[in-house]
Ligand binder design. Sequence first.
Ligand code: AMP
Length: 145
Amino acid sequence: MNDKKIKELMIPSEKVAHVNLNNPLEHALLVLIKSGYSAIPVVDSDFKLKGLISMTLILDSILGIERIETEKLENKIVKDVIKDEAPSIREDESFIRGLKLSIDHPFLCVVNHEGVFTGILTRRAILKYINRYIHETNRESVRPM
Ligand code: AMP
């Protein structure tokens, strides 16, 4: 289990819903609604990981005293409301480190040595791998000699 590579378990960035720092906030809202995810990664123009954006952050940023002021969406970009600490892991870090971090986060952003966003590692993928590993280990231990 220790030598399992993060890269083998991650969802590659091409398949991950994400937005750019300079995208209009309305675009981020549409991506969140259409993808059905509550939080997605944010990258800059060099595809470096910059943080996360979520439905809650967006709604909070346009919340008025008595109503949600949707007209505020027009004047804001992702950079204005981003949460700039995304839980992340480097591609070359150990599986065990991924497992430990995933206790507190439903997914981790994966970056290369230059901080470029290369994918996400979900808690689901980690649990799926551990489940398979335990089953295989059990099967081997009951196999007749
Ligand atoms: P899951 O393990 O599929 O339940 O995903 C956990 C979380 O990871 C989701 O709530 C999203 O925030 C994120 N996530 C999973 N898959 C994707 C994806 N393809 N694009 C963007 N975010 C994702």
